[in-house]
Design a binder for this molecule. Sequence first.
Ligand code: FES
Length: 78
Amino acid sequence: MVVCSCNRLTHVDVETAVAGGATHPREVYAARGCRAQCGNCVQGVVCLLREARKKHQLAHEAAARQAMPVESDIALSA
Ligand code: FES
């Protein structure tokens, strides 16, 4: 889905920028080598940025949980 028609920025671009560490709309635009022009998309980019950050955070937490040994693994190795 295109979220910024001036720069042809898509929701995937926002998610990719967040995965690359973007935390602010200007960092999302910069990740694509552009910046807001007319500004009509900024609120949409902010919403997608928040959503993508939550999703990224949840995925990170899930990966951390999987990396942690469960109690039964600890008992077996002792
Ligand atoms: S629609 Fe994004 S800057 Fe114009």
